[in-house]
Ligand binder design. Sequence first.
Ligand SMILES: NC(=O)c1ccc[n+]([C@@H]2O[C@H](COP(=O)([O-])OP(=O)(O)OC[C@H]3O[C@@H](n4cnc5c(N)ncnc54)[C@H](OP(=O)(O)O)[C@@H]3O)[C@@H](O)[C@H]2O)c1
Length: 269
Amino acid sequence: MSIRDLGFGPLGIIGAGHLGSALALQLLASGIAPDRLLLSTGVSEAAQARLRATGLERWIATNERIAATCPYVFLTLRPRDWPVLKDLTFVAQATIASTIAGVPAAALEGVTRRRCLHVMPSGPDTIRGGLGICSLFPHHPAMAGILAEMGMRVVPLDSEEETQAFTAALCLPAVSVVAQSLGAALGPQWQDMERAFPRLAETFRWAREVAPVLANESDRIAYVERMATKGGITEVIVRSFRAGRSLASSLSDGIARCAEIAAAAEAAR
Ligand SMILES: NC(=O)c1ccc[n+]([C@@H]2O[C@H](COP(=O)([O-])OP(=O)(O)OC[C@H]3O[C@@H](n4cnc5c(N)ncnc54)[C@H](OP(=O)(O)O)[C@@H]3O)[C@@H](O)[C@H]2O)c1
């Protein structure tokens, strides 16, 4: 199956903000037929303005229409917004790929009553630049194919716990940019990280490769803002690092935040 000839119906994105818009633009750049994409967003002026600015307005649909017509759906809602899914009825064979950091696939299966996957992608800049990486749990060849066609390096994982650590590691390019603002050299701290988290070595290498060197402070602030969802993991890691914690300790704080979100999601089921 290829995203160029989606035989299965449109692909939907529920909650197209920073991340969802980047996924939509990347799908279009990767050859998805324009009539095979639907996306929804919130009612805020900022959300509407983003879709106007990116030219994605014409693909807007309601959540109900996406649920009723799309066999493949990306969820890019903020963690606090996912309970809106309770009111939707997805097509019988729907596969739902959630990018919501910290919320386990099983919790989403509880509310959607459909097959849910946990896909954790890197930030919008890397996705649009063809330098994206994402985890996938559980294994799902068709979804892995879609993500690979979008130019993403796909890392299959064996558990939600691994997804939490991977999610936190994805925030490291933001820390690298914050380090530039603080004039801090990360050099040997990367080696400490590889020793502390050997299973994440590939993701650390990716983070070092993609972290941009930005001379201008306003560009640095904008880069970190695009990666940091309010109340999310990047926010916690960046705050820890700014407060003087080491890279490895900041990463541990991010993993703890992920576990906290997961526990809240389980409790809300
Ligand atoms: N940004 C990243 O780099 C990144 C990377 C990996 C994973 N993630 C995950 O992706 C998710 C989104 O992050 P983000 O940074 O893209 O956040 P975001 O920019 O706030 O996007 C969320 C979007 O969902 C919309 N929304 C809210 N309620 C909705 C509803 N009922 N129906 C449809 N849309 C609705 C919001 O609109 P309003 O503003 O009007 O509420 C907003 O446009 C988070 O769960 C985050 O953990 C993000």
